[in-house]
Design a protein around this ligand. Sequence first.
Ligand SMILES: Cc1cc2nc3c(=O)[nH]c(=O)nc-3n(C[C@H](O)[C@H](O)[C@H](O)COP(=O)(O)OP(=O)(O)OC[C@H]3O[C@@H](n4cnc5c(N)ncnc54)[C@H](O)[C@@H]3O)c2cc1C
Length: 491
Amino acid sequence: MKEITIIGGGLSGLAASCYLAKSNFKVKIIDKNETMGGRLSSFEIDGFKFDYGPSWYWMPDVFEDFFNEFDKEVSDYYDLKRLNPSYKFFFEKSNHIIPSKFSNIKKEYEKIENNSSIKLDEFINRGEKKYKISMNGFIDLPNLSFREYFSIDVLKYFFSLDFFISLRKHIKKYFSNTKIIQMLEFPSMFLGGTPSNTPGLYSLMNYADLKGGTWYPMGGMIEVTKAFTNLSLELGVEHINNIEIKKLMIDNSSIVEAKSSIGKNFKSDFFLCCAEYPFVQNNLIEKKYRTYSRNYWSKRKVAPSALIFYLGLSEKIKNFEHHNLFFDNDFDKHLDEIFVQKKWPEDPLFYVCCPSKTDSSTVPSPKHENLFILVPIGSGSLDEEKIRNIYFKKILRRIESKVKQKIEDKIIFKKSFCVNDFKNRYNAYNGNAYGLANTLFQTAIFKPKMKDAKIKNLYYSGHFTVPGPGLPPAIISGKIASKQIIKDAQI
Ligand SMILES: Cc1cc2nc3c(=O)[nH]c(=O)nc-3n(C[C@H](O)[C@H](O)[C@H](O)COP(=O)(O)OP(=O)(O)OC[C@H]3O[C@@H](n4cnc5c(N)ncnc54)[C@H](O)[C@@H]3O)c2cc1C
């Protein structure tokens, strides 16, 4: 029986552990934190339950397909609810609620721009085509060599499906109203880039959003981690927490041992790192064995970091939905400040999740409210308590003016999370929130390779390799990496 050590118990590591255990590997998964889940973990305090990071559950088919591969269903583990409305946009002078039903979304669009409902049909049909082609062949490729693309009809796909124009240009071919454009551009933030450097291919995300729907696992996003953890344990995987891997000992171009923080060391035939790729290369591997230098990483376009506030309120907020996007300031200015000028955004756009609108288990009682506020900021931004406080006040004033309700004196719990916490909790490169941006030259074959070029028994999964940032890609990444290991183990 082959043995494998997985370093990092985020969603990609957990998914990989299941595939490997099913293929008769003896699997150990080690995480430095107190629980598995990585960015998809949570904390509870005084009856408030907060997810640390992800709050959007898109592409439910990816989660369902994963469990089906183990003769299970999502419903065996958690109760998934489709949100209606899907989300709400706060603009400078108007608000728009995006309903879950596509026919109702079209009506909402028509209110903003004449004939936009017909255009939306065309735009989404094209997005659907991209989604289906991607999901049925392209997304599962390990991207180790261009040769993979010769066997399937992907070259045609590259040229015909908007790979070489930006998402922004692609959207503007259909729509001219700024609000509509922004409503379709916002998913590019989930991919770590901007609408101008994200390829038009990713309008597949608009299809996933507007047709596939926005979902929520009752109990919180943490239910997903619990489900993956339980399945992994059911399959016989050994879970080890509170142990940090500090060094990978290499002999004859193979890892012979992973040294840990507490002196306990781990040996196995294979190693899969779900801890961030740059962290592993820069910190765990001796320089002569590194495929990618520090300089290489410093030149990549990395996803933003975030300033996050977790708030427990003693009162309900009337004008919020479950997901709320504040686009009441200049989107391009914000993007320019965080990606180009690399400074704190002056008047940031931000996002507020209010899970207690859907799920009373996230609050101590039905009269309380649970808020998660996320401000995208540049990775590597200076993180000081003083700056966090300035932004907290700025954001709170903006929220209060939009929802027309005083909030500050209703706060009974407050915690913040920013660049330094990303570094400390996840070993996140420059304190980024979700990995390598999916820009044109950082997509597919251009991503750091999931099989190490210099170390024979080392592999990577997660949001610095294929397919990219986000929970569904994390699941798929774990799947691709494990399939590659299973294949290589048979040679
Ligand atoms: C604030 C925020 C909001 C997000 N929102 C969404 C969303 O709404 N929807 C969505 O789909 N995605 C969202 N994402 C993205 C998504 O969470 C990530 O892309 C995904 O969870 C990454 O999974 P992973 O397995 O690659 O990495 P991680 O979850 O980071 O897992 C890596 C693990 O490795 C561990 N580790 C690191 N170093 C070591 C070491 N030396 N030894 C042992 N263990 C180690 C870490 O503790 C961590 O548990 C969000 C991310 C953030 C941060």
